[in-house]
Design a protein around this ligand. Sequence first.
Ligand SMILES: [Zn+2]
Length: 334
Amino acid sequence: MKGHNSQCPCRMCSIVGIQAPNKRLYVPLSRPAGTQPYDPLNLPLRDHKTIMAQATLVSKATNDAEEKERAQKYGIKGEYKGMDEGSDIDTIERGMASWVQEFERLYYQYKLDRLPVCTLPIHGLLHIAGSIRVMGLSWCYWAYPMERFCGSLLPAIKSRRFPWASIDRRILELAQLFQIKAIYSLSKTLDLRRRRKIEVSGTTLAAYPRCVLVYPREMRPVSANLREKISKHLASCYNATREQIVPLIASHLEHWGKIQWLEGGDMMHASELGKHGTQDMTHVKFNGHYGQLRLLLVVKLEPSEVLQTTTTKFHLLAVVARSILTLKNRLDML
Ligand SMILES: [Zn+2]
């Protein structure tokens, strides 16, 4: 099967995808005005005879362009080799059908710009009951571990001419790495995930061992207003007056773009430093409130008689603008 990007992307039925403004295809039950919606309990199921006929059409295409066009149209890559003919469930079927319809009502709202919520996994729920009827319980044939494994192999293919050799080498190296980790207790040291890389390469302050600061980093001046707030805060930390603290704060402070909580915590992004893509990851929850993380600052205070300190002190401060939530949705939730 071709999968997500063909005109008929579902492996179980021939539902036709609708193109969203992002050029991708999605599969809502509801259709544009004037077109009959799909009945969730009576989907146009694929059957063996039709699949084989379509696969033959794809395979017998006279050139690559025609083959590609037919594969895209039917959602089938070509002929299969060695394919066989192939109470509670009713409750599951009706439950899934009404869930998908309700999902579309709440989230799709039958609007073109919301089409991306109508993904194939949501549509796939409508086939669970039918699949159980035809093939037995889902766990007998589900393929999550294998799909995940296949996904991990794709980046291993460095040579289009010798893909199998690439995959063999990748599996061998993974097995070797796993054994080295197990034999020499190096699971953490040889952890190649991005999160681990950040944890190792980030900067940790001794006073804040539970988090690492992540680039970008810049020395920047701070506004008079912010300087006042910082001095107020530090005054309360040292039992000193604000006037005593102000001269101890440098004119330029260290600004960081991101902070990562260790041991599986989140990465938080400061809105005023670094690039931000279409996903805004600068909003945080703090003390039961929501807000936007604007700045991450490190204030360095040299040893001082006023503060009664004999060593350099570092203070990691976050500037968070509190969000005021005023809108409620139709479910009366904030
Ligand atoms: Zn389907």
